[in-house]
Design a protein. Structure first.
Length: 218
């Protein structure tokens, strides 16, 4: 079974968790895109969805799902999103699609966060996947120097502008044995908008696609 087929199976499995929920938080990424395709079947049955990116908003509208403003909705019952890496504590690295800030906001505003991914994203220790950091443009070099001091190798993601008008630094070579402390430390660097460590707000549940079926954690 190909990785894309595994993602599709996970997307199909998570549909059971969102039935009868009027407003759903929807993330960004390849696995979530399969879920959005399936959401076309929800058309007329739900009030709408809160989106974590402009790309997701466009896909939701194409599927016939109204896109709602989080400010108007308030607390969400459930948020569905993927991960670039997820550890046994449900802590994640996210931001490969440059939507980490809005993803973190929607996750924080949700009662339940379900991570959907294929099993290749499951790791014992976060950090093999380069850590994305969204930064205010004028702070890019400063933040990069701080990350070098913390043991990382920062690379500017050129030609990438986030939906918030900011830039992304991808930090290689970090071994995140204490994701919570690292998230707090990076958040405190002036110029950092958001770091792609989701430890303060981990997933509540993960559905991981495997060749033998969908594995449920949590």
């Amino acid at each position: 079974m190909t990785p894309d087929e595994l993602k599709r199976k996970v997307a199909e499995a998570v549909v059971d968790y969102v039935k009868d929920i009027p407003v759903i938080g929807v993330g960004t990424g390849s696995t979530v895109n399969h879920f959005i395709e399936l959401m076309a079947g929800f058309k007329g049955k739900i009030d709408g969805a809160v989106s974590s990116s402009e790309g997701t908003s466009a896909r939701l509208k194409q599927a016939g799902i109204p896109v709602l403003d989080l400010n108007d909705v308030g607390t969400l019952e459930i948020y569905i999103d993927g991960a670039d890496e997820i550890n046994p504590a449900m802590q994640m690295i996210k931001g490969g699609g440059a939507a980490l800030t809005r993803e973190k906001i929607v996750a924080a505003a949700s009662k339940k966060f379900i991570c959907i991914a294929d099993e290749s994203k499951q790791v014992d220790v976060l950090g093999k996947f380069p850590l994305p950091i969204e930064v205010i443009p004028m702070a890019r070099s400063y933040v990069a120097r701080q990350m070098v001091a913390m043991g990382g190798r920062p690379v500017w993601r050129e030609n990438c502008v986030t939906d918030n008008g900011n830039q992304i630094i991808d930090v290689h070579g970090l071994n995140l044995v204490d994701p919570l402390s690292m998230e707090k430390a990076i958040n405190d660097i002036p110029g950092v908008v958001c770091v792609g460590i989701f430890a303060l707000q981990p997933a509540h549940m993960a559905l991981l696609g495997t060749p033998s079926g969908v594995k449920v954690i949590g």
